[in-house]
Design a protein. Structure first.
Length: 564
């Protein structure tokens, strides 16, 4: 309460969420969408434990936010006082750094260290625990002021490594750029590099939008549910340039069969694997690169770009090989587009609903200045597939931790941090039900978020895995959903619904253009998300759209464990 009281002067806007977990996710969304740290404040005890999920999610996805928590007075610590918990012990492995503030004269130094830690290297959350008697102590700020600590110098880029990388790229007949969220701050430089070399480019989930996916060179997202053409291209490329990604298991498939052509080219120098990441521990941990840069992606591109040859500057034989590669990639895109099997009776599939959001949003001119948040599951992957991502940081989602329920609090944080942008939530009913109390927050502050629920009454992605890997023994994957219309309208939020494809475009436009917070209940039919790289398989061994009937008809026998 002493800390909360400091916000009553009105100098800082204060948003009260329904639950501390929601507050933490909302603060993380500030960092995800702007690059600037958000701030979350919670009480002691259960307030701290509720926000641990948000801390862990932000740490694994590299989102900066500062968590300030109250604590019982220093004289009561360790006595099991009311709402006491060992806060910093609990959060130690869920944030980049934490501290309990025991001396009021250290508050400035501790806050300065927190800010520096959040924003240096790979961003992430920090936690400061403040006992009540410390919060009640009066100190003279001027007595504690000190010069802000200097930021560490940028990590150095080895010139010989740059020359080696440039040589490998220029000698490669089939180069491919892979972009992760470490390149979010330098999307213009990424696009310049891509255009100069005319390189096909694919992204991770968090890297979507760094490259405008409407560009012919874009292969959209790779990986387990990524584009088939990106996955095929990775397996055929002779030079992989990974800028700001970490070779996550969802992007590689089984490592033993990953990128065989590029690995073979390592020995000849006509390509290979080049990896840039800000963290040393990411380099060589999963895939061994031929050239590794522990550096900021922007600094590497600055040195690499002048050395990259344009197609016209290449030797004739190499230029011909590059042209063959471009035609091969174009053919992969043409032959393996994202798709779905529409139903003849007019019922809607999630893919159709997402596709219509993309079509209508583009028609209305909303998507180029929008943020789209998701929960976790089928709807998340289908949103990644069927939205044309055009700007970095545009997709706000949970990647590494896979936290269901993040969509609505992410939308709230994104809208608060970006009041002039359109914020759209594409959520599954299972994810939405976990944090649906945050509708109160959207209503309380009249945040104009556009909320879409893919209402199929299932935890559909898990249901599919139970079907494919567990002999159709279903448990805990059917949802008992509320009447979403009554629920949304009880908060004073506008409600829309659609169940027939012939009404889909009109209903979607009405929902996106209505003022204030709006709720859309898409009544959808459950489906499987394809493509899908099954566990233990290489990227080239995907289940594709043409396999849909065999999968649904139990003609494909899966062995091994279902995806974690």
């Amino acid at each position: 309460m002493p800390l909360i009281d400091a916000f009553t002067d009105g100098n800082l806007p204060f948003y009260t969420c329904s639950n501390e977990q929601g507050a933490g996710h909302a603060a993380a969304a500030v960092g995800k969408t702007t690059g600037r740290p958000g701030l979350c404040v919670s009480t002691s005890g259960p307030g701290v434990t509720n926000v641990v999920t948000a801390l862990s999610d932000a740490l694994q996805d590299g989102a900066p936010f500062l968590l300030l928590t109250g604590q019982v007075p220093t004289t009561a610590m360790g006595t099991d006082a009311f709402q006491e918990c060992p806060a910093t012990a609990i959060t130690r492995h869920s944030c980049k750094w934490n501290s309990v503030l025991m001396d009021p004269n250290q508050v400035v130094a501790v806050i300065e260290k927190a800010v520096k830690t959040m924003t240096s290297g790979r961003p992430g959350p920090v936690h400061i625990d403040v006992p009540k008697d410390i919060l009640n102590t009066k100190v003279i700020y001027e007595d504690m002021k000190s010069p802000l600590p200097e930021r560490p110098p940028p990590l150095q880029v080895n010139d010989q490594d740059i020359l080696d990388a440039a040589e490998r790229i220029n000698r490669s007949a089939k180069p491919l750029i892979m972009v992760g969220q470490g390149a979010n701050n330098c999307s213009a430089k990424i696009r310049e590099l891509v255009q100069k070399g005319q390189f096909p480019v694919t992204t991770t989930l968090h890297g979507m939008g760094i490259m405008d996916e409407r560009d012919p060179l874009s292969l959209k997202m790779m990986g387990m549910h990524g584009s088939a053409y990106a996955n095929f291209a990775i397996q055929e490329a002779s030079c992989l340039i990974n800028l700001g990604g970490r070779f996550d298991d969802r992007t590689t498939g089984v490592i033993a069969s990953y990128a065989p052509v590029a690995r073979a080219a390592s020995r000849t120098g006509d390509g290979g694997i080049i990896h840039c990441d800000i963290r040393r521990e990411s380099l060589g941990r999963i895939v061994q690169p031929d050239v590794a840069f522990q550096a900021d992606v922007a600094d590497v591109i600055d040195k690499l770009l002048p050395l990259i040859k344009t197609p016209k500057e290449l030797p004739t034989a190499m230029a011909v090989e590059r042209d063959v590669w471009h035609r091969r990639v174009s053919g992969l895109k043409k032959d393996n587009p994202f798709g779905y099997h529409a139903l003849s009776d007019g019922r809607i599939k999630t893919q159709q609903a997402v596709e219509m959001i993309n079509i209508v949003g583009s028609k209305l001119g909303l998507l180029d200045n929008s943020f789209i948040t998701t929960g976790v599951g089928n709807h998340q992957m289908m949103a990644a597939q069927f939205i044309d991502w055009t700007q970095p940081r545009q997709c706000v989602t949970s990647g590494s931790l896979g936290t269901m329920g993040v969509g609505l609090p992410f939308a709230i944080g994104a809208q608060v941090a970006n009041p002039d942008s359109t914020v759209i939530l594409i959520d599954g009913d299972g994810s939405f039900n976990m944090t649906c109390g945050e509708l109160q927050t959207a209503a309380r502050y009249n945040l104009p978020v556009k909320i879409a629920i893919m209402n199929d009454a299932r935890q559909q992605m898990v249901w599919v895995w139970q079907k494919l890997f567990h002999g159709e023994r279903y448990i805990s994957t059917h949802n008992a959903n509320p009447d979403y219309g009554m629920f949304a309208q009880s908060f004073g939020i506008g409600y829309h619904t659609v169940s027939d494809v012939k009404d889909l475009e009109k209903a979607t436009e009405a929902w996106l253009t209505a003022p204030g917070p709006q709720f859309m209940d898409f009544k959808v039919v459950p489906d499987i998300c394809l493509p899908m790289v099954a566990p233990g398989k290489g990227l080239q061994e995907m289940m594709l759209l043409q396999d849909h009937a065999r999968l649904w008809g139990n003609e494909v026998e899966f062995t091994g464990m279902a995806p974690s």
